[in-house]
Design a protein. Structure first.
Length: 129
């Protein structure tokens, strides 16, 4: 399975009791459509991701970067402190492809689906037209 989305926050590395490390991060995907009535709608889906291969990748998984992740969906089932059965989905990532790095100093909302970096005064020289 493959999913492309924008990273919502810098990745975090978690060390387990058996010294294994996992890199956790969340991506958001955006879907836009128009209803039959002509109303424009946007649906944002947040996906928790776990990458077990190498914790070194965490420094590159920064907020607002766009990535394509490859892997499988896993179900985490547990009992709450009240004894209720709970569950959540996690995307277990096998491979990551970096599409776009977050622009330095650019204020970009996590739910924005644009793939172009926002130009800053430092990056804009003289325009050719």
């Amino acid at each position: 399975m493959e999913i492309t989305g924008r990273i919502t926050a810098d990745a975090k590395i978690t060390t387990l009791t058996d010294e294994r490390q996992v890199t956790n991060f969340t991506i958001v995907t955006n879907d836009r459509y128009t209803t039959k009535a002509g109303e424009k709608r946007e649906v944002n889906t947040f996906i928790k991701c776990a990458y077990w291969v190498s914790p070194k990748v965490a420094e590159y998984l920064t907020k607002n970067s766009i990535v394509t992740v490859y892997g499988r969906i896993g179900l985490d089932v547990y009992k709450s402190s009240e004894g209720e059965a709970k569950g959540s989905l996690t995307f277990h990532v096998n491979d990551i492809k970096f599409i776009a790095k977050a622009a330095k100093g650019a204020a970009v909302e996590a739910a924005t689906a644009t793939t172009q970096a926002v130009p800053t005064p430092e990056t804009v020289d003289d325009l050719p037209f």
